[in-house]
Write a protein that binds this ligand. Structure first.
Ligand SMILES: NC(=O)c1ccc[n+]([C@@H]2O[C@H](COP(=O)([O-])OP(=O)(O)OC[C@H]3O[C@@H](n4cnc5c(N)ncnc54)[C@H](O)[C@@H]3O)[C@@H](O)[C@H]2O)c1
Length: 248
């Protein structure tokens, strides 16, 4: 039976790739994004699967919009079987604020926490209510190698990703267990969704193709990945073992 997959940040990058792949695999897809233009283009591109694809323009930082997106998904398709929180990004890059950590306005860091941490928490909270009724579901967080390495500039991004990878993924897995809801986190290294990704070094010598990340998430979220719960999984081309140059 077809599943309903809700993807935040679904109008671009990894989220868009996931939406396209799930739709082509016959699943029902809800793309949630705050960029209406990009969202409309993403939905239009999936014209062949139009009866199984819904675009919802919503900001993950606004809990009432999050609940509205959940309600529209359930009204359209009757369930939410997989939630993948892709919406996110480094606050200083998105807000285009240069300078030292302490020179950037504090609002920039609030924005980073709201987008990367609270956005995922809001969706987990809203969608868990539905998954608890269904007594099944899979929740996927997107972490980052930055959650391991830290970042001189994007402190909120690094802190949020660490929190997602550890405390939040474990806690949501604990909260979901009695409802047959599992939760895991996939933490990519550099991905070619944006220019410059290839400048970040990896042991393999390149950034990831977007499809490599999407395929890994889809495997872990499928029945084949059903033993994966409460844990985070780096997919980083070996970047995390490059701290000691004597080793390679
Ligand atoms: N690209 C990488 O190198 C990389 C590396 C590690 C982790 N990640 C993580 O993977 C996820 C996806 O990354 P990507 O490169 O595909 O991103 P992307 O920038 O291509 O896409 C992010 C999408 O999220 C949407 N979005 C942003 N703010 C939003 C909000 N407030 N509400 C709703 N939607 C919002 C954007 O409009 C965009 O469509 C992110 O969480 C990112 O941190 C990416």
């Amino acid at each position: 039976m077809a599943k309903t997959v809700l993807i935040t940040g679904g109008a671009s990058g990894i989220g868009l790739m996931l939406g396209q792949k799930y739709a082509k695999a016959g699943e029902r897809v809800v793309l949630v994004d705050c960029n209406r233009e990009a969202l409309d283009a993403a939905v239009a591109e999936l014209g062949d699967c139009a009866d199984r694809v819904l675009g919802v323009c919503a900001d993950v930082r606004d809990y009432s919009q999050v609940c509205g997106a959940r309600d529209r998904a359930v009204a359209a398709f009757g369930s939410i079987d997989i939630l993948i929180s892709c919406a996110g990004g480094a606050e200083r890059r998105i807000c285009r604020v240069p300078g030292e950590f302490h020179e950037a306005p504090i609002e920039v860091y609030d924005f980073g926490i709201d987008l990367n941490l609270k956005g995922a928490l809001y969706f987990d909270h809203a969608v868990m209510a539905q998954m608890a009724k269904q007594k099944s579901g899979v929740i996927v967080h997107l972490g980052s190698i930055t959650g391991e390495e830290g970042s001189r500039d994007n402190i909120s991004y690094a802190a949020s990703k660490s929190a997602l990878m550890n405390g939040m993924t474990k806690s949501i897995a604990l909260a979901g267990a009695k409802y047959n809801v599992r939760c895991f986190c996939v933490a990519p290294g550099p991905v070619k969704t944006r220019p410059g990704a290839d400048k970040m070094t990896t042991l393999i010598g390149r950034a990831a193709e977007t499809e490599e990340i999407a395929d890994y998430i889809m495997y872990l979220a499928s029945e084949k990945g059903s033993f994966v719960n409460g844990s985070y999984h780096l997919i980083d081309g070996g970047r995390s073992v490059m701290w000691n140059k004597e080793f390679y």
